[in-house]
Design a protein around this ligand. Structure first.
Ligand SMILES: Cc1cc2nc3c(=O)[nH]c(=O)nc-3n(C[C@H](O)[C@H](O)[C@H](O)COP(=O)(O)O)c2cc1C
Length: 420
């Protein structure tokens, strides 16, 4: 697939509208437009939790492409509960100079990357972790232990430490990952969280960890540094975190120091539907965002299913959201914001895969990110089977490096594919 063949272009006669107006966040930082490259776990860490040159190249391309900011997915606060062996790990033992080089990528375009702070919890990658979540589970494809109360109480400070290091390294902001079935999202969901202590039970208890993390992170970075949150509108699983829960959480978050809430949905629970594997018509969460406006005054963004300029403009112009988040579209065409600004009605051609295996689509997009980062995206992108093989091989190689570096204990079955 060539770079041009990912696009269908015609001239768009309408004026450049609201999508290219700046947006001030409550902390005082002004975003240059309304288009955000949503968090993607790019698997471009070097296996020791540090950035690679390809990752720096990828974030430069997104900054040059015109997005207001680009969020690096699944940055871990320790090597213990990572989502993938290609994740970044930003803790006190990290080489901050290497993170500074990544933070500079795109900074000259005013789009210095933000870090999404993650902890995979029950969905930690088994070959490099002993997965633990709010409650012990033994389900097909998902076995995990239970975090002790002491371990839970330590988490807000761990997130806060990584946020402070992100600021010191020169990143533009942080986003807390409370979506897609990873740790904070597990606490919010009654399917994962069966605790009977103060971190479980009704939604007030299930959101306690999230509130503690938000408070600790804000205290660590000060009032003028952007702190965002990615939150599910629902797990899209029967008996899971539902829209009523999400609206209750949003109402409480209104009283916190957050700058932005990115509404998403779905989980990477084995066999479940995730937003990034969806072939459905988008955008997916705009109607929910419109309802969220009734319970929160926080700036809102939504990610999921945006493909066209008209969809993005409509979401902002209608007042449903302030910002539009895009992941796959910007993996297919990193310069989409500039093309839209130049009135080219570019619509990335989303590849269609017949009957892909679970995680296969994510693997394909992840390898696409590698090609962009290595400046190889002018050449043919491999087919699905090739992408999955390359992705699995790299994970196996990085698993060995990770285990040597972090001296973790390997447990469970290797090979479950997830994305943040
Ligand atoms: C390769 C890949 C990796 C992803 N990694 C993350 C991640 O680390 N954190 C996150 O919040 N979402 C992650 N996502 C989900 C996207 O941010 C987004 O919510 C989802 O793809 C739907 O948006 P889209 O339709 O614009 O792609 C990932 C998606 C893809 C395709």
């Amino acid at each position: 697939m060539t770079r041009m063949s990912t696009l269908r272009q015609t001239t768009h006669e309408t004026r450049n509208g609201i999508l290219f107006e700046p947006f001030p966040l409550p902390c005082g930082v002004v975003l240059r437009n309304r288009i955000v490259k949503s968090a993607m776990s790019d698997s471009l860490g070097d296996g020791t939790g540090h950035p690679t040159q390809a990752q720096i190249g990828l974030y430069q391309r997104w900054a040059e492409g015109g997005a207001a900011l680009a969020i690096i997915g699944e940055v871990q606060g320790s090597g213990k509960f990572a989502e993938k062996p290609g994740n970044l790990v930003l803790d006190d033992s990290a080489d901050l100079d290497r993170f500074k080089a990544l933070a500079r990528a795109g900074a000259e375009n005013g789009a210095g990357p933000w870090l999404q702070l993650g902890h995979a919890g029950a969905l930690s990658y088994p070959p490099i972790s002993a997965p633990k979540g709010p409650s012990a589970l033994d389900l097909p494809g998902l076995i995990c232990g239970e975090l002790t109360q002491e371990e839970i109480e330590a988490l807000p400070l761990e997130f806060a430490r990584t946020a402070r290091l992100a600021r010191n390294a020169g990143f533009g902001g942080v986003e807390l990952h409370a979506a897609h079935g990873f740790l904070i999202s597990q606490f919010l969901s009654p399917l994962f969280n069966r605790r009977t202590d103060r971190y479980g039970g009704a939604i007030d208890g299930r959101m306690r960890l999230l509130l503690d993390v938000v408070g600790a992170v804000r205290a660590a970075v000060g009032p003028d540094f952007p702190v965002a949150l990615k939150l599910n509108s629902s797990d899209q699983l029967e008996g899971g975190f539902c829209e009523t829960d999400a609206l209750a959480v949003l109402a409480v978050l209104d009283g916190t120091g957050l700058d932005l809430i990115d509404v998403s949905g779905g989980t990477y629970f084995p066999g479940a539907r995730s937003a990034s594997d969806s072939g459905g018509r988008g955008p997916y969460f705009v109607d929910f965002a419109r309802r969220a406006r009734n319970v929160t005054t926080k700036p809102l963004m939504t990610t999921g299913g945006f493909k066209t300029l008209a969809q993005a403009e409509e979401a902002v112009a209608s007042g449903a959201v302030d910002l539009v988040g895009m992941a796959r579209a910007l993996a297919l065409e990193p310069s989409l914001p500039n093309l839209w600004f130049a009135r080219q009605l570019a619509k990335p051609a989303f590849p269609r895969f017949a009957d892909p295996p679970e995680g296969g689509v994510t693997a394909w997009y992840t390898m696409r990110l590698t090609e962009i980062g290595e400046d190889r995206d002018l050449q043919a992108t491999g087919d699905l089977a090739q992408a999955i093989a390359a992705y699995d091989t790299r994970d196996r190689e990085r698993t060995e490096i990770w285990l040597r570096h972090f001296s973790s204990t390997a447990q469970g079955e290797p090979g479950r594919k997830t994305a943040g």
